[in-house]
Design a protein around this ligand. Structure first.
Ligand code: LCS
Length: 404
C-alpha cells in the first residue's frame, strides 16, 4: 500500500527499531526540499502527467495521488506511522474516531449478520449499532467481554464481529485479548479492539491475535486536545483494501492539516503516557484511601478485579480512573462543580486533567437500563489524569472533596 518510500533518500528505515524511534521517524518521507517535518499537502486534487497516467492511477497500475478523499501524502505519512506503531501492515485514518467506528461496522457487517460487543463502551459506538445499523438488519449482543464464557455464550451462527474495548470506557473492565481472539478465530469472526484507552504504547492488540485495532486519535495519540481523528489498523491486505474503500466512499477521510497535527502530537506519546500513568497511580492511591470515596476502578491498583491481567497485557495501567463518591451523584456533582485544575469536560488522554459524568454526558445516548447493566451507574465519575504536577492535581481534588 505504500506509495511513499524513503528508499532513495537518507531517511531511516524504522523496521526493527524501538517504539520511541518509530514515534519520531516512522512515516517520514523526503519531500522535494528535504523538509525535516512532514509537510502539509493542503490540496484537494493532484495533477496527472498525462491522460494515461491518470487512467493508470485509477486502475491501480501505478502508485500516486489522485484526490485527497482517497489519499494524500500528509495523511499517508500518518497512516504509515500508525501502522508501524501497532505492528500492522496498513492503517486508514478518519475525520473522527466515530468515522472509524462506523466505517468498521459498515465494512465488516451486512444485513443478517450479528456482532458481539463489550457492554460498556463509548456511548455512541454502542448506540450507532443499536439504532442506525439495527435498521439495516444487523443484530448485536452486548456482554461483559471481560468474561470469556459470556463471549462464547453470545456466539451465533451469523456472528461476524467481536468488538471489544479494553479497558472499557468508562468502567475500566479489561478483556483478555489473546484468549478472546482465539474464540473469535475458532468461530470465524473478526476481532476488533478499540485501543483508545491504552494507546499503542501500552498495548498492541494485533500482536495478541486481534484482526483490527481502532483508535480515537483525539485522545492519547494526538494528546493535546486540539483535533478530533480516528484510525483503523490491520495486518490483512484484503481487509485493509475493504476498509480504505469504505472510508473513501463514505467521505470519512481526515484532512491533511489534521494529519499534520497528529504526526506532531504523537511524537511525545511515550513521555506523556509515562508521566500521566505515574500521576494516575498517585491519584488513584490517594482516592482509594479517601474516606469520601465509595469505590475506585483503576487497573494499577491491586483492588482492580483484573489487576493480574492488566500486569500481563498492558505495559502500564494508563491514566484513566473511574470512581464513585459516597453520597452518589449529588456528591459527585459537588466534586465536579468545585474542581479548578481539572477541567469539567468530556474527552480524555490529553496533557490536561479532565473530569466528567458518563451517565449524563459521554454515555447519555445509552438507555438507563443498558447503562446500569454495564456498570455505568449514575454515581460513576470519570477522571482522565493529565501531566500537571501531581501534587496540584491531588490538592485540587482535596479542596473539592472538602466541599461535600
Ligand atoms: N472510542 C472510544 C473508546 C472513545 O472514548 C471515543 C470518544 C471514540 C471511540 C470516538 O472517538 P471520537 O469520534 O470522539 O474521536 N470518547 C469520548 C469520551 O469519552 N469523551 O468525549 C469523547
Amino acid at each position: 500500500m505504500l506509495s511513499i518510500t524513503s528508499q532513495n533518500y537518507l531517511f531511516m528505515n524504522t523496521k526493527n527499531k524501538g517504539f520511541d524511534t518509530k514515534l519520531i521517524h516512522s512515516g517520514d518521507f523526503n519531500d522535494v526540499f528535504g523538509a525535516a517535518v512532514t509537510p502539509i499537502y493542503q490540496t484537494s486534487t493532484f495533477a496527472f502527467r498525462n491522460a494515461d497516467h491518470g487512467a493508470d492511477l485509477f486502475a491501480g497500475k501505478e502508485k500516486g495521488y489522485i484526490y485527497t478523499r482517497i489519499g494524500n501524502p500528509t495523511i499517508e505519512a500518518l497512516e504509515n506511522k500508525l501502522a508501524d506503531l501497532e505492528n500492522g501492515t496498513g492503517a486508514v485514518v478518519f475525520a473522527s474516531g466515530m468515522g472509524a467506528v462506523s466505517t468498521l461496522y459498515a465494512a465488516t457487517l451486512k444485513a443478517g449478520d450479528h456482532m458481539i460487543g463489550s457492554e460498556a463502551m463509548y456511548g455512541p459506538s454502542r448506540s450507532i449499532m443499536e439504532t442506525f445499523f439495527k435498521d439495516f438488519g444487523i443484530e448485536a449482543t452486548f456482554v461483559d467481554t471481560g468474561d470469556l464464557a459470556a463471549i462464547k455464550k453470545a456466539v451465533q451462527p451469523n456472528t461476524k464481529l467481536l468488538y471489544v474495548e479494553s479497558p472499557t470506557n468508562p468502567t475500566m473492565v479489561l478483556t483478555d485479548i489473546e484468549k478472546a481472539a482465539k474464540i473469535a478465530r475458532q468461530n470465524d469472526m473478526l476481532m476488533a479492539v478499540d485501543n483508545t484507552f491504552s494507546s499503542p504504547y501500552l498495548q498492541n492488540p494485533l500482536d495478541l491475535g486481534a484482526d483490527i485495532v481502532l483508535h480515537s486519535l483525539t485522545k492519547f495519540i494526538n494528546g493535546h486536545a486540539d483535533i478530533v481523528g480516528g484510525a483503523l489498523i490491520v495486518k490483512d491486505k484484503e481487509l485493509y483494501a475493504r476498509l480504505r474503500k469504505t472510508m473513501s466512499y463514505f467521505g470519512a477521510n481526515m484532512d491533511p492539516h489534521q494529519a499534520y497535527m497528529v504526526i506532531r502530537g504523537v511524537k511525545t506519546l511515550s513521555l506523556r503516557v509515562e508521566r500521566a500513568t505515574e500521576n494516575a497511580m498517585k491519584v488513584a492511591t490517594y482516592l482509594e484511601n479517601h474516606p469520601k470515596i465509595a469505590w475506585i476502578k483503576y487497573p494499577g491498583l491491586k483492588s482492580h478485579p483484573q489487576y493480574e491481567l492488566a500486569q500481563k497485557q498492558m505495559k502500564m495501567p494508563g491514566s484513566m480512573i473511574s470512581f464513585g463518591v459516597k453520597g452518589g451523584f449529588e456528591a459527585g456533582k459537588t466534586l465536579m462543580n468545585n474542581v479548578r485544575l481539572a477541567l469539567l469536560a468530556v474527552s480524555l488522554g490529553g496533557v490536561e486533567t479532565l473530569i466528567q459524568h458518563p451517565a449524563s454526558m459521554t454515555h447519555a445516548s445509552m438507555s438507563k437500563k443498558a447503562r446500569e447493566e454495564a456498570g455505568i451507574t449514575d454515581e460513576l465519575v470519570r477522571f482522565s489524569v493529565g501531566i500537571e504536577n501531581v501534587e496540584d492535581i491531588i490538592a485540587d481534588l482535596e479542596q473539592a472533596l472538602e466541599k461535600i
